[in-house]
Each structure stands twice: as structure tokens, then as C-alpha cells.
Design a protein around this ligand. Structure first.
Ligand SMILES: [Zn+2]
Length: 273
């Protein structure tokens, strides 16, 4: 599932191309992504509008529109935005086409159909965006904030990192990698962190996310950039998916456990409980 670095990569790549382009036609091939909104209403709210900017918040893509409103996208498991020359017919996994005024297509493709597309007048009206917690790349994400917010929760640290209402953008891969880099156990109670540990966690979070964005994300199975190329950060993962392999720091075998029905990869020696 795309996490913050993958969504940031998509936002940056789309932001290089979309601003100034207007939407000439919208074609919906499968309306699941629109929730309860009728396809015709969705199309009507976009026709003739112009993209001015694309950015990210948590794992959401925000397309600023002129003269009004926002298209908000969430890729969930397998959603993708692809820029393409005009096509004769849709691929079976294409869910929506946005035909642009330069004769190109912005395609929303989604194999599993969990991704969502919403148009809102104001971002504060979006039902899920309002509930998002701190973005770990925002200015508000400081050691002080982390120490204070963590002090209010007894959740296991990894679950807390992945809770979008606390910190918005991390998923299973980066939570595991960040905890390894910080030398912190995924199982320990979030409010048990010391100031020194919160500082390590803060530094590891910023450093890994920035590195991953520089590498244009992690492609384990499905993630593709808007030009269909893969990211590169999968080559730099140190614990995720490495069960039984030697820890890159201490050579003891990487362990795997279950937390909230997800696999947690960690080094029991470097990340003691
Ligand atoms: Zn180790």
C-alpha cells in the first residue's frame, strides 16, 4: 500500500505536469471509487475546471482546482494515477479518465477498487481529511510535539505510528523501518518513551521519509510512479520483509510478529522491549 513517500512522489510528479491543464472530459468506468456520489454529479463538478496545484496530506492527494474546489484522491491498496497519451479504449483496471486540454489523459487505475476520489468545495468539508493527525514532514512535527502526543497513549509504538489520527502518512513498511533505525521496540507502550528515545524516533522518521522520497518511494509489488517506473527505496529496506535474515547491524535473525493483523518485522537485539 502506498505510504507517505509514495504519495509524495506521485504528488510531485503530477505537480510538474498538471498545473495549467484543464479538464475537457471525465469518463467513469467503475463508480465504486466515488462512494455514494453519482458519476454524473462527479463529472459535472470537474468539467472545465483547471488544475492549479497537486500536493499531499498524509496519504491523500489533493488536486487544487480553479475556479473552485478540490479533487481528493486516496490510493488505498492498489490505486495509481498515470499520465498517458490519448488511448483508444480503457484497460480493464482503469476506473476513471480525466481528458486534458493538451490531448493527454490522467488515468485513475485501481486493480482492487478500494481507492477513492472525492470532490469537495473546501478541504475542511472532506469527511476523512479532518480526522488526520500530524504530518511527519510538517513544521509542527517536533520532538516536543512527539513527546507530548506519545505521552497520551498506551498503544504499542508501532500501532501508534500507523494510527492516521495521530501521525498521518506512515504504514506498515515505514513504521517498521523507522523503529529499527531508532532502535525502539514495536511493542513497547508509546507513553514509556524517554525524551532521548523520542528524539531518536523523530530523527529516524524525518531521515527515512526524506531518503525514501529521494528514491521516489518503495515498490514491493504494486506501486508505480506516474510514468509507470518503480521506486528505488525497496533496495534500502533493512527489516521489512527480512524475517530470518541477519540484522544489518548485529547479525542476529530478523523476527516477525503479528500486530493488528499485520506483520511486524524487527530485530529483537537492536530493538529490545
Ligand atoms: Zn540487530
Amino acid at each position: 500500500m502506498p505510504e507517505l513517500p509514495e504519495v509524495e512522489t506521485i504528488a510531485r510528479e503530477l505537480n510538474e505536469v498538471l498545473p495549467g491543464r484543464s479538464i475537457r472530459e471525465v469518463r467513469i468506468f467503475r463508480a465504486d471509487a466515488l462512494g455514494v456520489v453519482p458519476a454524473e454529479a462527479f463529472r459535472g463538478s470537474l468539467l472545465g475546471q483547471c488544475f492549479t496545484r497537486v500536493r499531499r496530506r498524509g496519504k491523500y492527494l489533493l488536486f487544487h482546482l480553479h475556479p473552485r474546489g478540490f479533487l481528493v484522491g486516496h490510493l488505498r491498496m492498489t490505486g495509481k494515477f498515470i499520465l498517458s497519451p490519448r488511448l483508444a479504449r480503457p484497460h480493464p483496471h482503469h476506473r476513471a479518465w480525466f481528458e486534458l486540454d493538451d490531448d493527454t489523459l490522467l488515468i485513475f487505475q485501481d486493480l482492487r477498487c478500494f481507492g477513492t476520489l472525492t470532490v469537495v468545495e473546501r478541504l475542511s468539508r472532506h469527511p476523512s481529511l479532518r480526522l488526520l493527525g500530524m504530518d511527519p514532514l510538517s513544521r509542527g512535527f517536533t520532538v516536543d510535539w512527539l513527546e507530548r502526543a506519545a505521552g497520551e497513549s498506551r498503544m504499542p509504538l508501532k500501532n501508534w505510528l500507523m494510527d492516521q489520527s495521530k501521525l498521518a502518512g506512515l504504514g506498515n513498511i515505514y513504521a517498521a523501518e523507522i523503529l529499527f533505525a531508532a532502535g525502539l521496540s514495536p511493542f513497547r507502550s508509546t507513553n514509556a518513551m524517554t525524551r532521548a528515545e523520542a528524539t531518536r524516533l523523530h530523527q529516524a522518521t524525518r531521515r527515512l521519509l526524506r531518503q525514501a522520497i529521494k528514491m521516489r518511494g518503495t515498490t514491493i509489488s504494486d506501486f508505480r510512479r506516474v510514468d509507470d517506473k518503480t521506486g528505488e527505496f525497496q533496495n534500502f529496506l533493512r527489516v521489512y520483509g527480512k524475517e530470518g535474515l541477519p540484522c544489518p547491524a548485529c547479525r542476529s535473525p530478523i523476527a516477525r510478529a503479528r500486530q493488528q493483523q499485520r506483520s511486524t518485522f524487527y530485530c529483537p537485539t537492536c530493538q529490545p522491549s
